[in-house]
Design a protein around this ligand. Structure first.
Ligand code: NAP
Length: 296
């Protein structure tokens, strides 16, 4: 879509419409997952993919105000761009701290509410894995949007310490600054930025390792040396399927979780915000798993 084009969606008045606004979204599992939830509740809604160029993002968000729209999910690279385009931010501090939202809800008066369900989605996925973050030592790989949501969630969940490693040191520094400002005057949780030489020792001390980089999505690479992995770890890879990291972790006796559970949990929270109904998580998980199988 060029910069002169206008974003249009049509929503029959009997059918509420919701969808995903992002740049490269053709392989998203969200339509299968959300449409299964609408079907479960016997709602006529449809969840649609809305690939949008950056110049069209304001028009796409303005279209959410129309009667018949429930709202949208927002994904990379627009989670921060859309912030000034909504009217109200959710009551929890997540959107303000992260400077990013992933869910927009159209309220009955046509105003738009911005939420971030990634933070709670991640914490609920940890809970589903039986992991209690309080008091845990955590190593986090990455410092992008997903890593920021994970770090903020973990700090709120009162982990003991957070060790970060990222390719670009500037982005690590931004993440530390975000946590410091959110927990001013100092983060209650000690946060260190690791050098490559420190990673092995930090993982040895940790009980949770989270990969929030796309490294491994190609099915070939691991973001860290597999020899550092050990059986006392839960290894979470936010990539939506099994990765070489997760397979190496399993081989070394660690517990593992891929990113599908976080996707389901954040999607369930979005569904509840759009509809006011309980998200049928088992139905959504099954639909996401089936959609993932079809993609292979
Ligand atoms: P992002 O904002 O673009 O951040 C990507 C991060 O990965 C940055 O820290 C980047 O480092 C690092 N990175 C990228 N390529 C790398 C490479 N080749 N080697 C080393 N580091 C590399 O993306 P994001 O939104 O945080 O997403 C990160 C991952 O999480 C993706 O796989 C995404 O699919 C997944 N995710 C999953 C969920 C879920 O619900 N499961 C939700 C959100 C995201 P630099 O800072 O140096 O560029």
């Amino acid at each position: 879509m060029g910069s002169s084009s206008t974003f249009r969606v049509s929503a029959p008045s009997t059918q509420h419409t919701v969808g995903l606004i992002g740049a490269t979204i053709a392989r998203s599992l969200s339509p299968a997952m959300q449409n299964a939830a609408f079907l479960y509740h016997d709602l006529p809604d449809r969840y649609t993919l809305w690939p949008v160029a950056e110049a069209d993002v304001p028009a796409a968000i303005a279209a959410m105000r129309a009667p018949g729209m429930r709202g949208a999910n927002i994904t990379i690279p627009y989670k921060s761009v859309v912030l000034p385009l909504v009217d109200v931010l959710g009551a929890d501090p997540d959107v303000r701290v992260l400077g990013a939202l992933n869910t927009i809800v159209r309220r009955v008066d046509g105003t738009l509410l911005g939420l971030n369900t990634d933070v709670d989605g991640f914490l609920r996925a940890l809970d589903a894995a039986g992991f209690k973050p309080r008091g845990a030592r955590v190593v986090l790989l990455g410092a992008g949007g997903a890593a920021r949501a994970v770090a903020w969630g973990l700090v709120q969940a009162a982990i003991e310490s957070l060790a970060l490693i990222n390719r670009s040191i500037d982005r690590s520094a931004d993440l530390v600054a975000m946590l410091e400002q959110a927990a001013s005057p100092r983060p209650r949780v000690p946060v260190v930025v690791l050098s490559d030489d420190d990673v092995g020792h930090a993982i040895e001390e940790a009980t949770l390792l989270v990969n929030a980089t796309p490294v491994g999505a190609d099915g070939l690479q691991t973001p860290i040396e597999p020899a550092h992995l050990h059986p006392r770890l839960l290894v979470c890879d936010l990539i939506y399927r099994s990765t070489p990291l997760l397979r190496a972790a399993e081989a070394r006796g660690a517990a593992t979780q891929d990113g599908l559970e976080m996707l389901v949990q954040q999607g369930g929270l979005a569904f509840e915000a759009w509809t006011g109904l309980a998200a049928p998580l088992d139905v959504m998980r099954r639909a996401a798993l089936e959609a993932r199988e079809r993609l292979v």
